[in-house]
Write a new protein. Structure first.
Length: 223
């Protein structure tokens, strides 16, 4: 094992075991390196790597701290990696969304508050009947983000937020090239919202599946 990887593993063990907890400050570099049997250079590299993925927070002049380890913070690294996707993997991202998002939508049916339903309704009403493709895609992102947040599962919310980016261009492309894409998307959004308002988890799941699958099916036919 490379010395930096070994250093990362040892810091990870301290966090997993509870020796270091969220918000804790790490011991001084020289002390921690001696305690772990590491060189200061390998420890420094490990700290740099762990700060990039939001496990550690290096504060200049103050020290290094364990972050909150909140899922949304940790999954920011996923969004960074996802930005490097190739166009030929967009279908795979859509397939993952088709697995996760309907489940989140079904969960939201039981949990969503009236205020959240009103906010979603206002979003759709603000679009009108003939929005531009760009307006529709922007609303689509916010619409689904609001629903997933209503599921009450922060990990699922962060995962889907990170996965939505690569499919944005595909959705714009569809809106510009498929004749009924805008009207179909608006119809599907209203159907999802109606299912949520009725607290019908299975209907919400089904319409979310149809919504994502229609983009996936269109993209598959054009590639």
């Amino acid at each position: 094992m490379a010395v930096t990887d070994e250093a990362i593993e040892k810091i990870k063990e301290m966090i997993v075991s509870g020796a270091l907890r969220p918000g804790d400050r790490l011991p001084k570099e020289s002390e921690l390196a001696a305690d772990l049997g590491l060189s200061r250079n390998s420890l420094r590299e490990a700290v740099r790597a762990l700060s990039l993925i939001r496990i550690l927070d290096v504060r200049q002049g103050d020290g290094t701290y364990v972050t909150s380890l909140d899922p949304q913070l940790l999954l920011e690294a996923l969004s960074f990696v996802v930005d490097f996707h190739r166009d030929d993997t967009v279908l795979e991202f859509l397939a993952v969304r088709r697995i996760l998002e309907p489940a989140a939508t079904a969960m939201a049916a039981a949990r969503i508050a009236e205020s959240q339903l009103e906010a979603l309704t206002e979003q759709l009403e603000a679009l009108g009947t003939s929005p531009s493709v760009e307006e529709l895609v922007a609303c689509d992102l916010e619409f689904h983000r609001g629903i997933v947040q209503a599921s009450g599962n922060s990990v699922l919310c962060s995962l889907l937020d990170g996965l939505s980016g690569p499919t944005t261009r595909a959705r714009i492309w569809r809106g510009l090239t498929q004749e009924d894409a805008v009207s179909r998307t608006l119809h599907e959004h209203r159907a999802i919202l109606a299912a949520l308002r009725d607290r019908d988890a299975e209907a919400a799941r089904s319409w979310a599946t149809v919504h994502i699958a229609s983009v996936e099916q269109w993209l598959r036919s054009t590639l």
